[in-house]
Design a binder for this molecule. Structure first.
Ligand SMILES: Cc1cc2nc3c(=O)[nH]c(=O)nc-3n(C[C@H](O)[C@H](O)[C@H](O)COP(=O)(O)OP(=O)(O)OC[C@H]3O[C@@H](n4cnc5c(N)ncnc54)[C@H](O)[C@@H]3O)c2cc1C
Length: 291
């Protein structure tokens, strides 16, 4: 199918982009990597009056690590750039484990982390990663900037809290207060597919005990699942088998998958249980080796 008719603008300044959206009175759409939006246009699931292409906005294509270890990822940083980032590989194990299994190399060369979080696909990978890491999104609009935690940003399937004509300009992973550990596992039917089920875990350790924990799930609910109780079960533990099993049980309970062509609801819940245990067992082994 072909998209409906729309105007196209490629502003060179952020304020101009916001103004163009504002003039469209709710009918405009931001175009970032286009890897989710273009298919939606072709299927006519979206018919905006104008596409505001942000690809020519200066200074949004960065991946920065601050001196305190916080990451700032600009709205035009592509999945592929995150995959090739030495800082991500060295310092951020959850994101480093997730990015090679986001879509395929072609999609990763154009798609953006910020666009993925904005798109809020219940089967998308980045919202789960960012929730597990207590990440946030910075939005820019006529009233200026505001920061929103990703756990509050994604409100439902393909829904976020951006208030039109706000544009998301950055994603942030906060500075760790302890030793960072984490992982991401995803079951896909074939390479490049969306998740049948996936789990993202971000932990921090102090003196061998968990001092911060985040667990989020993809593909197993109407929106990305923030498995808060499962994460809470790990606090102050040294990832002993009881704590790990309790977290896996609670994560499986937090998921609400539907049976479909990718598998039955029971199967997906079982995958969540297995993945949470597997990631945590790997982290526990690394901790023992490092001790
Ligand atoms: C074949 C294929 C396989 C895929 N597989 C996966 C997968 O396995 N896992 C996965 O997570 N994703 C997958 N994706 C989606 C991909 O990751 C997209 O890149 C991502 O979902 C959207 O990022 P984008 O930059 O392409 O956004 P776009 O497609 O440009 O935009 C998506 C939506 O977000 C809005 N938006 C984008 N950026 C902003 C912004 N800065 N401010 C405000 N609104 C914004 C747009 O208006 C639009 O509504 C796949 C896509 C394809 C085509």
């Amino acid at each position: 199918m072909f998209p409906g008719r729309f105007h196209y603008a490629s502003p060179r300044a952020l304020d101009e982009a916001v103004e163009l959206l504002q003039k469209a009175e709710g009918e405009g759409k931001v175009l970032a990597g286009g890897q989710s939006l273009i298919p939606l246009l072709k299927l006519r699931f979206a018919s905006p009056s104008i596409l505001v292409d942000i690809n020519n906005l200066p200074g949004l294509d960065y991946i920065k690590v601050e001196s305190d270890g916080a990451f700032r990822i600009g709205a035009l940083a592509r999945h592929g750039e995150i995959e090739r980032s030495d800082d991500i590989a060295r310092l951020q194990p959850t994101a480093a484990a997730a990015v090679p299994v986001v879509a395929d190399p072609i999609v990763r060369s154009r798609g953006t982390l910020v666009g993925s979080v904005c798109h809020a696909d219940p089967q998308g990978d980045w919202a789960a990663v960012m929730i597990a890491l207590d990440g946030s999104v910075t939005a820019y609009g006529p009233e200026g900037k505001r920061s929103i935690m990703v756990k509050d940003f994604v409100t439902g399937p393909f829904q976020n809290v951006l208030s039109y004509p706000e544009i998301a300009i950055e994603a942030t992973i906060p500075a760790p207060k302890g030793d960072v550990a984490g992982g991401f596992l995803k079951l896909e039917r074939r390479v490049g597919d969306f998740a049948t089920a996936g789990a993202a875990i971000g932990l921090e350790f102090n003196a061998g005990r968990v001092s911060r924990a985040g667990i989020a799930l993809t593909g197993v609910g109407g929106a990305t699942v923030n498995a808060e109780a499962a994460a809470e079960a790990l606090m102050n533990s040294s990832l002993g088998s009881d704590a790990v099993m309790r977290a896996a049980d609670l994560a499986a309970e937090a998921s609400s998958p539907k049976s479909d062509h990718r598998g039955s609801a029971d199967y997906k819940r079982h995958i969540v249980h297995t993945f949470v245990r597997r990631i945590l067992a790997g982290i526990a082994t690394d901790q023992e080796r490092a001790a």
